[in-house]
Design a protein around this ligand. Structure first.
Ligand SMILES: O=P(O)(O)O[C@H]1O[C@H](CO)[C@@H](O)[C@H]1O
Ligand SMILES: Nc1nc2[nH]cnc2c(=O)[nH]1
Length: 285
């Protein structure tokens, strides 16, 4: 059933735009401005794409934007789907398979996340080098169910999920742009949400080696890697996870959106420079 939906969506989109994207970008909470960098835009509201889920979260506009970045064809999701919105996990990740069918080779995912690493500050950008898939530990993995061999193997490897070359490129580009003071790398952990973490949960995640916590990205990464797309992902640290019973801090979505607003331009510059550099390096067919 999902397979037919994906094919219909991809075919429908390909008849509506001449852009044949090689890069697919997913914008995290409050980070939708990335899509505005695209030139010669052709944009679709999710509600107008047959069978597509709808964005229900503030800070996720719900538009699929095609366009070019210095001549490089891209497609950008201005808004993603989360488990807590009530969608089945396969529906949340449906856009990754549509990306694949559109011809996308590299996926760039961004998100807003809480910082657990005590060296991190609000406003830091963390390049994701690995993840913990908490819903997956409980059996909620987007690849659950019959495996569609046309996309990938039954048991995909995840030790190479985050492309090392792109991670290095992000560090290099970041340092050239003068971002080194707020550029980090680390491990992202996805939880189901929508409640933010308790203090005990934050302490546990910290002990497990998690640097940043959020409610997205990991499911998309798994599906993107399953079908062989290259993955680069980053978190904007929008708030410090609360680790201390004396703290007055309370995680909230407004703070997340506020921080995103403050750092959005630099994050956009980092990502767009990388997309342009990918072309120059001729990394892709
Ligand atoms: O991961 P993104 O989509 O950036 O959103 C993050 O921000 C929201 C919480 O403020 C949650 O949805 C969390 O996952
Ligand atoms: N789970 C979770 N998601 C977030 N998204 C932005 N900040 C946070 C956070 O502190 N926790």
């Amino acid at each position: 059933r999902f397979s037919q939906t994906k094919k219909n969506d991809a075919d429908w989109l390909l008849t509506q735009t001449a852009v044949r994207p090689l890069v697919g970008i997913v914008c995290g909470s409050g980070l939708g401005g990335l899509a505005d960098l695209l030139k010669d835009q052709v944009a679709f509201n999710y509600r107008d794409i047959p069978n597509f889920p709808q964005s229900t979260v503030h800070g996720h506009a719900g538009r699929l934007v095609f366009g070019t970045l210095k001549g490089r064809p891209c497609v950008c999701m201005q808004g993603r789907f989360h488990l807590y919105e009530g969608y089945p996990i396969q529906k949340i990740t449906l856009p990754m398979r549509i990306f694949k069918m559109l011809g996308v080779k590299t996926v760039i995912l961004t998100n807003a996340a809480g910082g657990l690493n005590q060296d991190f500050k609000v406003g830091d950008i963390m390049i994701i080098k690995d993840h913990l898939n908490m819903p997956g530990f409980a059996g909620n993995n987007p690849l659950t169910g019959p495996n569609d061999e046309r996309f990938g193997v039954r048991f995909p490897c995840m030790s190479d999920a985050y492309d090392r070359e792109l991670l290095q490129m992000a560090m290099d580009v970041g340092s050239e742009l003068g971002y080194s003071d707020f550029l980090r790398e680390g491990v992202y952990c996805a939880l189901g949400g929508p409640s933010f973490e308790t203090i005990a949960e934050c302490r546990m995640l910290h002990k497990l080696g998690v640097d940043a916590v959020g409610m997205s990205t990991v499911h998309e990464v798994i599906v993107a890697r399953h079908c062989g797309m290259r993955v680069f992902a980053l978190s904007l640290i929008t708030n410090q996870a609360v680790m201390d019973y004396d703290s007055e801090e309370k995680a909230n979505h407004n703070e997340v959106l506020q921080t995103a607003k403050q750092r959005a331009q630099q994050l956009e510059k980092l990502v767009s420079t990388m997309v342009i550099r990918m072309k120059h390096n001729n990394n892709y067919s």
